[in-house]
Design a protein around this ligand. Structure first.
Ligand SMILES: Cc1cc2nc3c(=O)[nH]c(=O)nc-3n(C[C@H](O)[C@H](O)[C@H](O)COP(=O)(O)OP(=O)(O)OC[C@H]3O[C@@H](n4cnc5c(N)ncnc54)[C@H](O)[C@@H]3O)c2cc1C
Length: 293
């Protein structure tokens, strides 16, 4: 086996815990399972930075099929869309138009639509698209990244128009002129933005696997009666999810599917040293296997 193929096979071996499978049915089936276990479901089609018309149209069409299928699969679901997978690489106008098409479909199935936040060069346009759409569709949320210096201002602006926020730490490598670089500073800002959400927001998502952030949210939830949910990625902190549900918290699982699994999986790998070690040991095991077995 060529070494790049072997590397890809090993990487996929580690990555598949985070991904539902290649097809829409794989995603819906994983979603149905999560739903049976008391979780809400947020489905994301993998893929980003699309420039091909075909790829963009196919992505939109798949998201529509996912939303139309929620009822059949008996799942209370949302989709989560990256602006660069539906046209932002071409223009803000095209991306907005494509989100409008998705929202028309979401209106029919009463589905919630989340807008993922990508790297900081897309933040302004993503927020502008969100503000434009929120005026017409309420069941719409946007991710805000605690690692960005600008996020406190963005949060205030978005809350002033009734924005529905998913608070994340931020998954993209950013420069120090726009972002907090240390885990400690990002965590501090996450806690600060989370307090603002509990004080002034409603219907928000606390999207993290970090026990310290989750404990603070649990404490804040006792003080403020707000409608919020925890959100976690498929395959991460699976032991904690039922514990939070048993305590009466709402929790949604973000379920990616599709063949374009590499960039998403690399971000997950980088988030945790132990995952890199797992990858290293899988690689060594494969290397040690005699040929042909
Ligand atoms: C529902 C959801 C949606 C998201 N949407 C976006 C988005 O739109 N834009 C964006 O930039 N980012 C998004 N993210 C990713 C986010 O920004 C972080 O990169 C990611 O959640 C890791 O940060 P953390 O809060 O879990 O804390 P970290 O500080 O990374 O981790 C804290 C602890 O959580 C556990 N943990 C974290 N990651 C892993 C892992 N991969 N495997 C096993 N354990 C782990 C470990 O115990 C770790 O010590 C999303 C995350 C979630 C959960």
């Amino acid at each position: 086996m060529a070494s790049t193929q072997l590397m890809e096979k090993i990487l996929f071996g580690v990555a598949k815990q985070w991904i539902a499978g290649n097809t829409i049915d794989d995603a819906l089936s994983a979603g149905q399972n999560s739903y049976k276990n008391g979780m809400g479901v947020i489905i994301n089609k993998l893929g980003e930075y699309h420039t091909s018309k075909n790829l963009i149209e196919n992505t939109i069409s798949e998201y529509k099929t996912v939303m139309e299928s929620f009822r059949k699969w008996k799942v209370s679901g949302a989709i989560s869309v990256k602006p660069t997978q539906i046209g932002l690489m071409k223009s803000k106008k095209e991306c907005l138009m494509n989100f409008e098409a998705l929202i028309n479909s979401a209106t029919k199935s009463q589905s919630f639509v989340w807008i993922d936040m990508e790297s900081s060069d897309h933040t302004d346009e993503t927020i502008q698209i969100y503000e434009n759409l929120l005026a017409r569709y309420e069941r719409l949320g946007i991710a805000i990244q605690a690692n960005l210096l600008r996020s406190e201002g963005d949060l205030a602006d978005l809350l002033s128009i009734g924005g529905k926020i998913r608070l994340v730490k931020g998954a993209y490598r950013e420069d120090s002129n726009v972002a907090f670089k240390s885990k400690q500073k990002v965590d501090q800002n996450y806690l600060r933005l989370m307090s603002i959400l509990f004080e002034s927001g409603n219907e928000f998502g606390i999207a993290t696997h970090d026990g310290a952030m989750i404990s603070s949210a649990v404490a804040l939830a006792k003080k403020y009666e707000k409608k919020f949910e925890f959100q976690m990625l498929r395959g991460i902190r699976d032991e904690l999810k039922p514990v939070l549900i048993k305590k009466g918290f709402s929790l949604s699982e973000y379920i990616p599917y599709g063949t374009n699994w590499l960039p998403y999986s690399i971000r997950r790998l980088k988030e945790r040293k132990r995952n890199i070690l797992l990858l290293g040991s899988s690689f060594l095991q494969q290397k040690a296997k005699p040929l042909g077995i």
